[in-house]
Structure formats: structure tokens, C-alpha cells
Design a protein around this ligand. Structure first.
Ligand SMILES: [Fe+2]
Length: 184
């Protein structure tokens, strides 16, 4: 079974390791290796949401539910991040800064039970390409909501300060939008 309090305390303890991000990647990998247990503890995904499971100056743990077809514009974190999936799929597109602005620099598809570690300079955009919900645990090596960072216009790549409230609204507005029709 997945015990959320235990998971949070394991992640907090791992902050004392020489490489906290590697230790936390293992903890997340162990958790999402049993996706149905995580889903049982966090709830079956039924709407897009961003839930803060833990927030402190040195660690943030989020539960993200991506609605079918949902995307978030490019952004950076400026801290390491561990992502683990317990349902669905996340398509990550990576970007790097260049003299001409932001340029695409590869991608990574994450499937259920996959875990990945993103370095602190990573800039990415995320899409759920499926017609079902995607459930993810994201762990960040700092205070995800307090640290200043950037987001980028998805069309022009214009850089601007990251707006955490806007990101939260994106999840809410996704739920208010009518669902795309499925095939008859
Ligand atoms: Fe991100």
C-alpha cells in the first residue's frame, strides 16, 4: 500500500542524503511501481487538478492530474524535479535558451510507472496526449511556489515571470471547458 505520510517523511529524510534528488527518484520509483496503490491513496483521477501534498522551503510535493489532451506552456523550475507517473502518459518537450531565444531540444515520453529526474536548468512543456487522465507525483528540491522563475508564451516563446496562480487556473479552466467529443 502507498502511505502518503510515510512517503512525505521518506522524501524529507532523503534531503539529508549526499544526492537527495537521486534518493528521492528511487523513493518515487518505488511508489509508482504500484500505480493502483498510489491511485487508491490519492483518489481516482476525475478532473484536472494540482494538489500540494507538502510545501516547505526545501521540498515541494505535488499531485498533478492532467485532463485528456491537456498541455502546459514551457516553464522552468530552477530546482531539481522528480516526476513519477501512476496513470496515463506525460509527453515532455524540452527547450534550451539560445541567442535566437528558446529552441526545442528533444523530448521524453513518460508512461505509467516511469520516473524521471529533471535538472535545475530544465525548461519543459508537458502534454497529456491520451483521452484518459494522467496522474503524476512531482517532487521539487525547493519551494515550488515561492521561488521566482520563468514561463514562456507557447506561440512566441516570449519569456515572462512564472505566474503560479495562472498555472492553477489552467487546471480549473480545463475542468470548466466542455470535454472534446469522443468518436460516436
Ligand atoms: Fe514543470
Amino acid at each position: 500500500m502507498f502511505d502518503l505520510e510515510r512517503f512525505i517523511s521518506d522524501c524529507r529524510t532523503a534531503l539529508n542524503e549526499r544526492s537527495p534528488q537521486s534518493a528521492i527518484k528511487e523513493i518515487v520509483a518505488r511508489a509508482v511501481a504500484h500505480p493502483s496503490a498510489v491511485e487508491q491513496a490519492l483518489g481516482t483521477p476525475q478532473e484536472a487538478k494540482l494538489v500540494t501534498l507538502h510545501q516547505s522551503p526545501e521540498l515541494t510535493i505535488l499531485n498533478l492530474i492532467w485532463a485528456p489532451g491537456m498541455s502546459i506552456y514551457p516553464h522552468d523550475h530552477r530546482m531539481w524535479a522528480v516526476i513519477g507517473l501512476y496513470g496515463g502518459r506525460e509527453d515532455n518537450i524540452f527547450y534550451r535558451r539560445s541567442a535566437q531565444g528558446l529552441v526545442q531540444a528533444g523530448g521524453k515520453r513518460l508512461e505509467t510507472t516511469d520516473t524521471t529526474l529533471l535538472g535545475q536548468s530544465v525548461i519543459h512543456a508537458v502534454t497529456n496526449p491520451l483521452s484518459q487522465f494522467t496522474g503524476a507525483i512531482h517532487v521539487y528540491g525547493g519551494d515550488f511556489f515561492a521561488a521566482p522563475r520563468s514561463e514562456f508564451d507557447p506561440d512566441t516563446f516570449e519569456e515572462r515571470p512564472y505566474d503560479a496562480e495562472k498555472a492553477k487556473r489552467l487546471f480549473q479552466e480545463t475542468n470548466e471547458r466542455p470535454r472534446a467529443q469522443t468518436a460516436p
